[in-house]
Design a binder for this molecule. Structure first.
Ligand code: PLP
Length: 421
């Protein structure tokens, strides 16, 4: 049932697509041009250089496909493996499930390691499986760095250590679709062989690009990989990319948008981008605690800085929260997918976002939760996040917090954070 358009901005808090900054939108409003002109390589070659900084790699080779994260998954696998090759893949959410499904459909033999949803990839189990694989039949380990369905981040450095401890030569494939550009991702340090990204999350663009970065080892594997591939073939790309061109017609608005969005990330500086995502995520988590609710992520070590999946109490359908938020308050929250459908709703907190925007989403989520009968105190989550954001800013500016000032003035007194605001 389509109602009238609601005035004001839609509060887009799904974990992708994310808000596209006005600067990026303007940069995408370009007249079409000849993508085979002598000037075109200036754009392409600089994009590849900048993408290497995003993946944090000196030796990796980025590929930009028109497509989305799923296309990038397929490109990473088909370019480096052959039908029947064995890969090891932990499964702990809808996106790790879908990547496994794709791998099976292209003919790979997937050894699935099921983990409880709300946890992530287990370095111990991975090491164990690789140690047991004496013939080195396993060619790759597939990890979703940030499982967007459950709000869980796995420890890629620990997984790299597990592979090394097992003395196993398997390549490391990492889906960074909802981490790259928001949570630290260090391709060279972690010796990731295939890193996968999409445009519509941390890169603050519409969906439309599937981006892959391949290590020298992955490029060597490409030479003998037998999986069928045409559109996503690395070889065709490399030939054209070397001189700054594409083998097929690229999406010019997306490329100009990418140039701008990477510029924005570098202006802020990646280290500060990651810090900002940490602060926003901690603010959301403090709100969830104030509501008396739980995250799907079972332990702090799994907490994601880009998406929080919030469990609704028994008897409540998470889809009703999402519907009330959307219809009444112009707020888009993420749904529970597959196994956790109805059991949770998700707040995406990634991309072009600041404290007040997150407070708006928390306020809307509180109202929607109350509307469907969840017993949360209006303002409680907002207040908790406000306190967190303010104390973070005070600490950064090296200013004493209200609590510290109060303690100086009233050494015997009891501090009431609510009254201090
Ligand atoms: N991987 C992760 C972690 C995702 O969150 C998504 C989409 O949300 C995908 C892969 C699939 O990407 P796309 O929908 O761009 O094909």
């Amino acid at each position: 049932m389509a109602g009238p358009r609601m005035p004001g901005r839609n509060f887009l808090f799904v974990p992708g697509p994310t808000n596209v900054p006005d600067r990026v939108m303007r940069a995408m409003m370009v007249a079409m041009e000849d993508h085979r002109s002598s000037r075109f390589p200036e754009l392409t070659l600089s994009l590849f250089q900048k993408l290497k900084q995003i993946f944090k790699t000196e030796t990796g080779q980025p590929f930009i496909f028109s497509g989305s994260g799923t296309g990038a998954w397929e490109a990473a696998l088909t370019n480096t493996l052959s039908r029947g090759d064995k890969v090891l893949a932990p499964r702990f959410g809808q996106f790790s499930h879908l990547w496994i499904d794709l791998a099976q459909r292209i003919g790979l033999d997937v050894v699935v390691q099921d983990e409880e949803w709300g946890t992530g990839a287990s370095p111990e189990r991975i090491e164990e499986a690789l140690r047991a694989d004496r013939t080195h039949a396993i060619k790759g380990v597939l990890i979703v760095h940030n499982e967007t369905a459950t709000g869980v981040t796995s420890d890629i450095a620990a997984i790299r250590r597990a592979i090394d401890n097992a003395g196993h030569p398997a390549m490391l494939y990492v889906d960074g679709v909802s981490s790259i550009g928001s949570i630290d991702f260090d391709m060279d340090r972690w010796r990731v062989d295939l890193a996968v990204a999409g445009s519509q999350k941390g890169l603050m663009l519409p969906a439309g690009l599937g981006i892959v970065c391949a290590s020298p080892k992955a490029l060597a594997a490409n030479k003998t990989a037998g999986c069928a591939r045409t559109y996503f073939d690395f070889g065709d790309q490399m030939k054209a990319n070397a001189t700054g061109y594409f083998p097929y017609t690229p999406s010019l608005p997306m490329l100009y948008g990418l140039q701008e969005s990477l510029g924005i990330l570098f202006e802020e500086q990646l280290v500060h981008v990651f810090e900002r995502h940490q602060v926003l995520a901690d603010g959301v988590r403090s709100a969830v605690a104030a509501w008396g609710l739980k995250l799907c992520a079972k332990e702090p070590k799994w907490y994601s800085n880009t998406v929080s999946a919030i469990m609704v109490p028994p008897g409540i359908d998470g889809a009703d929260v999402i519907d009330a938020a959307f219809r009444r308050y112009n707020l888009a929250l993420g749904a529970g997918l597959s196994k956790v459908a109805g059991k949770l709703f998700r707040i995406g907190h990634l991309g072009d976002l600041n404290d007040l925007m997150v407070l708006g989403a928390l306020a809307g989520a509180e109202m929607a939760m109350r509307d469907v009968g969840i017993d949360v105190t209006l303002g409680s989550g907002v207040a908790a996040a406000q306190s967190h954001f303010r104390s973070t800013i005070m600490a950064k500016e090296k200013r004493p917090t209200e609590q510290e000032r109060f303690a100086q003035m009233h050494p015997e007194g009891v501090f009431h954070p609510q009254r201090a605001g």
